[in-house]
Design a protein around this ligand. Structure first.
Ligand code: PHE
Length: 344
């Protein structure tokens, strides 16, 4: 009887050990056969041993074997269930279906480009300033040395609101706001939206972005302006970009210069180029030395300080950098267009 009891315990221990190794339906089946098969299964053998015991020992021995059998059957059954569910999951999953892609939204290409420009100026020690989009006539024009009723005002097709208020036509009024509250040295760039009464076409929009630059200190010369813009444009486009300074006019700078770059689309080789009109040059910036009268308007002594300023259209420049033929694409919210820039 003792030997029988040992055999039952041993059988249970071995089963518990083997059960931990089971990884597939096939090995589960093998384990089942090993213990429960009618011919030569471990339990069948135990039942045969039981018959060899004395009749009075059989009920207790029988109970032991039956308990073991029940435990083994239960364990095998629950294992079988886990394999079933795994199998069913595999059957129900169609791995050929396209995955679910969630679109989280992202920065707009014009803002990405703005950040690229800002980073170049930040690397040169500039800081960023901002100002209001609704302005007074004084900040947008008067303080910038536009005399009242002067024809120069007509170049900025202004959208007027009521009571002397207007939508700023350029970012230059923020020059005045900064110089009023901060004394030189000043070294800033000012990005922001500006508005003009324009009918949209491939190169004009009633709302667009500008980036203004202003440097004021002792001994600032036109050479600083030229060197700064040259470094900026070469970093933004390429070392090989061609550029030229043309005389220009702005009431708030003297002398003034317009800056052109060699056409990024045809490189001056296509007489019918839609971007440069065949001239090989595209106008990209307005610039100049701060007019002494502007300094007087903000109580900075023009005998002591000089400075330069420039303004460029961010979306306009993005158009040339990305070689886009129509600026309106940026604002039509067609995600097929917008998303192209996110991969960069
Ligand atoms: N504000 C001018 C424009 O909108 C650009 C400019 C800025 C020119 C600063 C000179 C200096 O056209």
């Amino acid at each position: 009887m003792k030997a029988f009891k040992n055999n039952v315990t041993k059988c249970r221990r071995e089963f518990d050990k083997s059960v931990l190794q089971i990884k597939s339906e096939k090995s589960l089946q093998e384990l089942r056969n090993h213990y429960l098969s009618r011919k030569r299964g471990q339990l069948t053998l135990l039942f045969e041993d039981l018959m060899a015991l004395k009749p009075e020992q059989r009920p207790i021995a029988g109970q032991m074997v039956n308990e073991l059998k029940k435990d083994i059957q239960e364990k095998l059954q629950s294992l079988k269930k886990t394999f079933k569910t795994e199998e069913e999951v595999v059957e129900r999953t169609d791995f050929t279906l396209p995955g679910k892609v969630r679109y989280w939204g992202a920065a707009h290409p014009v803002h990405l480009f703005q950040a690229e420009i800002e980073n170049i100026f930040i690397s040169m020690g500039y800081s960023i300033e901002e100002g209001p989009e609704i302005e007074t006539d004084y900040y947008n024009f008067g303080a910038l040395n536009f005399p009242p009723h002067h024809p120069a005002r007509d170049d900025w097709d202004t959208l007027y609101l009521k009571d002397e208020l207007l939508l700023r036509t350029h970012t230059s009024p923020v020059q005045i706001r900064v110089m009023e509250k901060q004394k030189p040295p000043i070294k800033i760039v000012i990005p922001g939206k500006v508005y003009r009464k324009e009918t949209p076409d491939p190169t004009h929009l009633p709302m667009f972005y500008q980036l203004e630059g202003l440097v004021v200190d002792k001994g600032i010369t036109f050479a600083h302006l030229k060197g700064t813009l040259e470094y900026f444009l070469k970093t933004l486009f390429s070392e090989k970009i061609k550029m030229r300074f043309r005389p220009g006019f702005f009431p708030f700078t003297e002398p003034s210069a317009e800056v052109d770059i060699g056409c990024t689309v045809c490189e001056g080789k296509d007489e019918e180029c839609r971007v440069c009109g065949g001239s090989g040059w595209i106008e990209i910036l307005g610039s100049g030395m701060v007019d002494p009268q502007v300094f007087k308007n903000v109580n900075i002594d023009p005998e002591e300080y000089t400075g330069f300023a420039f303004g460029l259209g961010i979306d306009r420049t993005a158009m040339f950098a990305y070689q886009i033929s129509d600026m309106r694409f940026f604002y039509e919210n067609d995600l097929r267009f917008i998303r192209q820039f996110l991969l960069k």
